[in-house]
Design a protein around this ligand. Structure first.
Ligand code: BTN
Length: 247
């Protein structure tokens, strides 16, 4: 069944964040449409994406049954470091998935993980004073829909629960979590909530940055959202965006 737009509009009628909702059956990428539309408080949803965008130029496989959406919000970059917006959205998604009874954790900078497999990815793009945050969640997706090489590292909510999840309620609950955090933007709360769910901290990690591999112990998330690592040479390094794997 397609996403019920009327239900989403009804459930979000009192939203202080969402002003307009755009729904598409099949588009290249909700982030790209959101970037063209711009504004503030926009929500762009697609049933399927042809060329869903992942981090670092990767393709994001977006079959029917998932939740593929982007939000456009005003950015207050003088007060709040941009990486904190990502962490805020990761926390929002994780909180809502946890309420479904699943044991969920977060992998810096923005993966939502269940049983060591990725269930959701987040891609933010900044344009002037706006941030477009794209959220992709494998909701009612059969793992066989993914290419064979990805099947051991991805999961879906349906796969974990053994039953389908109401996509409209999931979306609305995530938006409400984001809205609450965005409106008060309490940096400490965002960081504290992220750290409580983070699977990267206190682990030996391998960071891939510009084709260079750096290994070390992930010791903390800094107040600006960066990952802090102590390397084997006892050097403290700070990362804002990179690929991290746990050794
Ligand atoms: C990642 O690589 O983990 C980020 C994936 C982000 C995917 C979402 S799906 C909705 C939005 N539109 C896109 O093209 N990408 C994001």
């Amino acid at each position: 069944m397609n996403i019920d737009l009327n239900k989403i509009e009804l459930l979000l009628r009192d939203s202080k964040l969402i002003q307009r909702i755009f729904y598409y059956e099949f588009i290249d990428s909700t982030n790209d449409v959101a970037k063209d539309l711009m504004g503030h408080g926009l929500l762009v949803i697609a049933e399927k994406q042809k060329r869903g965008k992942g981090r670092r130029g990767r393709l994001w496989i977006s079959p029917y049954g998932g939740l593929w959406f982007s939000l456009v919000m005003k950015l207050n970059r003088n007060r709040y470091p941009i990486p904190l917006y990502n962490l805020m959205v990761g926390v929002a998604v994780a909180r809502v998935i946890k309420k479904l009874g699943l044991d969920v954790c977060l992998k810096w900078p923005n993966d939502v993980i269940i049983n060591n497999k990725k269930v959701c990815g987040i891609l933010s793009e900044v344009i002037k004073d706006r941030i477009v945050i794209g959220i992709g969640i494998n909701v009612n997706v059969d793992i066989q829909e993914f290419p064979i090489d990805l099947r051991s590292s991805v999961t879906s909510l349906m796969n974990e629960l053994g039953n389908e999840v109401d996509r409209e309620e999931l979306l609305v609950n995530i938006i409400k979590e984001i809205e609450n955090m965005y409106l008060k933007f309490d940096k400490n709360e965002i960081l504290k909530s992220w750290k409580a769910l983070d699977m990267t901290l206190n682990k030996y990690v391998r960071v891939l940055l510009n084709n260079k591999v750096i290994e070390g112990l992930a010791i903390d998330i800094d107040n600006d959202g960066a990952l802090l690592i102590i390397t084997s040479n006892n050097e403290l390094m700070k990362f804002y965006s990179c690929d991290v794997s746990i050794r």
